[in-house]
Design a protein around this ligand. Structure first.
Ligand code: FAD
Length: 373
């Protein structure tokens, strides 16, 4: 379906340069659009750098169209690694998940069966088998472990930097360390200018709101309401001589993944639940480190380098908000949780929509209009 007769934009401002903004901007720049990347901080230093960064669809069974979009996200990463090179950012090789109590174990096996029925690759192994893969794990011999071989993790900050560099080589402009404070529109409501906190003003044909947790504020600059959730998460990085495990994993009560050769990332939904009880980030980091040692005892020798609490960029109904907002010609949204998994596919689909005016069926359930009052 074609949504409007607006001509192909020549100059597009991408507001926010995390995984979403960099993926949309790179796709536009390589198709000849003049892209201006704007970020109030530095590219990739937002939630994208403080994410568990697990590329998956096994955790997305809540709605079939959402699962399909995430499967497309996984495929888009493999294509991206082929096109731009895997460099330091792409880490395929699978993901492990197990539980320590009967109800959670039954749920894990039920999900594995459902996913196998949807042609999603999963192998159920035992703890003893998994220790051949990961000898440092304290996992009981007989416990069933779901292994998802096509899942991966990415180093978000590195892939963002690479995409921005490639876009700049194709002519994109960088405006970092300056925030978008205002968006000017024409008499017909179409986007015309972007006003920055350094006092400058840019003439543009279109903008992409990829401001992550701040997307609701940026939407407000064109008088649009984008309701979003408050759902913060705490991530800790620990430094060790050599990483003791090599796969991302959901162990009981803790998620663990490598983050390079000497750094690990720790996260736990159970510890996220303590954020609003007033615990500070240092305390949350200590708790994460403590729980992680029950699964990987060697992490006792690791040192916490930093813990950060970030809000997840989740539209109110839990699903992505991606595409044009017809009431504001030239305004597009790219706002989503699971943005690490979805960045490359959303980047490709949204850039195609901006260039052609055509909506892709894959985004039908995730259009921004559903939030119009
Ligand atoms: C604890 C936690 C764990 C997660 N785990 C996973 C996971 O395992 N897998 C997964 O797929 N997803 C995961 N996510 C979600 C994922 O990290 C996010 O969906 C994704 O990183 C969002 O990227 P983004 O580009 O939208 O936002 P960001 O990376 O935050 O980028 C937005 C950018 O916008 C800039 N900005 C904001 N306002 C303005 C303004 N007014 N002017 C200019 N710039 C502005 C910011 O400086 C920032 O750089 C997790 C999130 C959290 C918090």
């Amino acid at each position: 379906m074609r949504i409007r007769s607006m001509k192909r934009p020549e100059r597009v401002a991408v507001i926010g340069v995390g995984i979403l903004g960099s993926c949309v901007g790179w796709n536009l720049a390589r198709h000849g659009v003049e892209v201006v990347f704007i970020d109030e901080g530095q590219p990739g230093e937002g939630v994208t750098n403080w994410s568990f960064s697990w590329v998956n669809a096994s955790n997305k069974t809540v709605r079939r169209s959402y699962f399909d979009l995430n499967v497309a996200g996984m495929a888009a990463y493999r294509e991206l690694a082929d096109v731009i090179g895997p460099d330091l950012w792409w880490h395929p090789g699978g993901h492990l998940r197990w539980a320590d109590e009967p109800a959670a174990e039954a749920k894990l096996l039920e999900t594995a069966e459902l996913l196998a029925g949807w042609d999603y690759r999963v192998e159920v192994r035992t703890g003893a088998e998994v220790r051949h893969l990961e000898p440092a794990l304290a996992v009981p011999d007989e416990v069933p472990v779901a292994f998802y071989p096509d899942e991966a993790w990415v180093q978000g900050r590195h892939v963002v930097g690479r995409l921005v560099d490639l876009a700049v080589a194709a002519g994109a402009e960088r405006r970092f360390g300056t925030a978008v404070r205002g968006i000017g529109t024409r008499s017909d409501g179409a986007v015309r200018t972007v006003v920055l906190s350094d006092g400058s003003q840019l003439e543009v044909d279109a903008i992409v709101n990829a401001a992550g947790p701040n997307a609701s504020h940026v939407a407000g600059l064109v008088a649009r309401q984008l309701p979003m959730r408050w759902e913060p998460g705490a991530v800790t990085r620990v430094e060790c001589a050599q990483v003791p495990v090599h796969h991302p994993m959901h162990a009981p009560h803790i998620e663990i993944r490598p983050d390079g050769d000497t750094s690990m990332v720790l996260h736990s939904r159970e510890i996220d639940a303590l954020i609003d009880t007033g615990k500070d980030s240092a305390e949350l980091g200590r708790l994460l480190h403590e729980v992680a040692q029950q699964v990987v005892p060697e992490l006792g020798n690791a040192r916490i380098t930093r813990t950060r609490v970030s809000n997840r960029p989740i539209p109110a109904d839990g699903f992505p908000s991606v595409g044009a907002v017809p009431s504001v010609p030239g305004y597009y949204e790219a706002v989503t949780h699971s943005g690490i998994t979805l960045g490359p596919v959303i980047g490709r689909l949204l850039a195609a929509e901006i260039l052609s005016g055509k909506r892709d069926e894959m985004l039908a359930d995730f259009r921004p209009e559903r939030f119009l009052t």
